[in-house]
Design a protein around this ligand. Structure first.
Ligand code: ATP
Length: 374
């Protein structure tokens, strides 16, 4: 086979994962972070972060690059010692002004973005690495069980470099769960993977996480990933927690415009509050809690923009239409707005770019935020 033919071949199928329900359960631990701050020199990476994580809860730390997610995870693992504040495990202080329990004594499993496998050790030896407290035969058995759960029993004696990225990630997961830790900490565990693999690995990993019943903290910058995995999402910005709640709570009631933008595309329509409503070129919308005369933004998700026949509702003109499979994406010019409105609709067959149409807005889907002070 020529090398060109080899490149054209479908990639070899990843081995199947092991049987569900066979990852050993752990005794989950409650985590408490109390007014944690951390600085690297002059950089304030964490600023007074307080958070309680229930035993067995899956929490995703979500936020833009540099907001302090990894630092919080490193403090939870014991790799980093906080500059101020305390961390508790099941109510016992493990980090604070006068105490610091090192990582190896915390009973925490870690999975990193780059897998962090030892290249000179076999996959089995990599998984056994965290089991050194056990007699060798028991460590061997526990490591083989964990490798079996991730479907890699057949690769126990191979070296990590002989595996694909997805398989290496599975070895890293096996290594993290083999000692049955009460806490699993994962830093961007899927971001190094091919997008075709990511969905499957994430779903299988989530199944393993549920089976172990460990308390899990997962760092991600991908809102969709957080929504798929988390019992609770903790949104961070500038070293602080800006909002924590279920995916639905954060999506439906984002605390500010930046949080709304994080979870979906939004049309940002400026206006002024009059008699409890923001007045905009596309309508009046309830602005609870905002004082008369406040300059505000109506954040309107594209699916809340509804095209109507011309002469109905607000007059507009269709500028562009793009077919995206399940939905069509429209750009609609409306008088008084600088930027065209973005809309997502199920069917737009009858709409022709360049033609006039009407625009309606589903008021229940509009979020209103005061314009932040400059
Ligand atoms: N070892 C370090 N030395 C100096 N500054 C650091 C160090 N690690 C992190 N920082 C800084 O601390 C801040 C928080 O970084 P952190 O890695 O916790 O953020 P993050 O949200 O995980 O970002 P990313 O998604 O890019 O990994 C950033 O400003 C970063 O540059």
């Amino acid at each position: 086979m020529t090398s060109a033919e080899a490149e054209d071949r479908e990639p070899a199928a990843e081995p199947r994962w092991g049987r569900r329900g066979t990852a050993g359960p752990a005794i989950a631990v409650a985590l408490g972070f109390e007014a944690l701050s951390h600085s690297y020199g002059k950089i304030r990476a964490l600023d007074q972060v307080s958070l309680d994580v229930r035993p067995g809860e899956i929490v995703c730390l979500l936020g833009p690059s540099g907001c302090g997610k990894t630092t919080l995870l490193r403090i939870a693992s014991g790799i980093e010692r906080p500059s101020a504040g305390r961390m508790l495990m099941d109510g016992r202080e493990v980090a604070g002004p006068s105490i610091f329990v090192p990582p190896e004594q915390r009973g925490v499993g870690l999975v990193f973005q780059d897998f962090a496998l030892f290249p000179h050790l076999t996959n089995l030896a990599n998984v056994m690495f965290g089991l050194s407290a056990l007699p060798r035969a028991e460590a061997d058995k526990a490591a083989r069980l964990a490798l079996g759960r991730v479907g890699l029993s057949g690769h126990a004696l191979d070296y990590p470099h002989a595996l694909s990225g997805g398989e290496q990630q599975r070895v890293a997961l096996a290594r993290a769960i083999a000692p049955r830790p009460g806490v699993l900490l994962m830093d961007e565990p899927f971001s190094g993977l091919d997008s075709r693999l990511r969905d499957t690995i994430r779903e299988e990993t989530l199944a393993v996480m549920h089976e172990t019943r460990a308390t899990c903290i997962v760092v991600t910058h991908d809102p969709e990933e957080a929504m798929r995995m988390a019992d609770r999402i903790v949104l961070m910005r500038g070293g602080r927690i800006v909002q924590a709640g279920t995916a639905a709570e954060l999506y439906r009631k984002p605390v500010d415009l930046a949080a709304a933008r994080f979870f979906s595309d939004v049309n940002e329509v400026p206006g002024v509050v009059r008699a409890g409503k923001i007045v905009t070129p596309v309508g009046y919308f309830a602005a609870p809690g905002l004082a008369e005369g406040t300059r505000a933004i109506a954040a309107i998700r594209p699916q809340a923009i509804i095209p109507m026949p011309a002469q109905m509702c607000i007059p507009g003109r269709l500028l562009a239409k793009r077919f995206l499979g399940e939905v069509e994406f429209l750009e609609i010019a409306v008088e008084g707005l600088e930027a065209p409105l973005k809309a997502r609709v199920r069917s737009a067959e009858t709409l022709t770019p360049g033609r006039d149409l009407g625009v309606d807005v589903a008021a229940s889907e509009v979020l209103v935020f005061a314009v932040p002070e400059a």
